[in-house]
Design a protein around this ligand. Structure first.
Ligand code: URA
Length: 209
């Protein structure tokens, strides 16, 4: 599928299966989301530009690669998106963080914003929006719209599970934004939940149900 990378590494698939199991504890679910966050971060940053700098090893000088440009911005969509954040920050500790507070109106399934705080110079940075579940795509699309309003030009989206409906919405609204996901599931149910999915990611992370 154009613009969509399915990270089908065996470790990711295995951990995702553990997460889908309804018997998984809150602690286990959170831990696994964190671990998959690290693995997805590795993939979404695979093609970052590098520059060569001169360094001295204990043996001699050499030209060595370092990541070029300004620090990344990780942009979790609250609340489930924060489940990815710690893992990603472990891998890229210097990244900046933008918080995007959106909730889904249960009747209309549209995204309603309640909080937004991002670095001022977001326009000069690669912004990686993250949310475990790409379901209707309404929240993802609204989050993308919001960071673009702030001037972001280079935006990527990372999720754990994507529904075909969510992918279609994102690709339609934001064809410039590439998507990374651990799996593409079958479809949405009438309440906008992904099937077979894993239930409500926020509730499972925080034990709120
Ligand atoms: N949000 C969730 O947490 N789960 C879904 O299946 C869809 C949206």
């Amino acid at each position: 599928m154009e613009g969509v990378t399915v990270v089908d590494h065996p470790l990711v698939g295995h951990k995702l299966s553990l997460m889908r199991d309804k018997r998984r504890s809150t602690k286990g679910f959170r831990q696994l989301l964190n671990e998959i966050g690290i693995l997805l971060c590795y993939e979404v940053t695979r093609d970052l530009p590098i520059e060569m700098i001169e360094i001295e090893t204990p043996m001699e000088s050499m030209l060595a690669p370092q990541i070029a440009g300004k620090k990344l911005v990780f942009a979790p969509i609250l609340r489930a998106g924060v489940g990815f954040l710690d893992g990603m920050l472990e891998l890229v500790p210097s990244a900046r963080v933008a918080h995007i507070g959106l909730y889904r109106d249960p009747q209309t399934l549209t995204a309603v914003e309640y909080y937004f705080k991002a670095p001022q110079d977001i326009a000069d940075r690669l912004v990686i929006i993250m949310d475990p579940m790409l379901a209707t795509g309404n929240s993802a699309s609204a989050a993308a719209e919001r960071v673009k309003e702030q001037g972001a030009k280079d935006v990527r989206f990372v999720c754990l599970l994507a529904a075909p409906e969510g992918i279609a919405k994102m690709r339609g609204d934001h064809p410039d934004i590439r998507i990374w996901t651990a799996a593409i599931d079958t479809k949405l149910n009438d309440h906008g939940y992904i099937l077979p999915g894993l239930g409500d990611a926020g509730d499972r992370m925080f034990g709120t149900r």
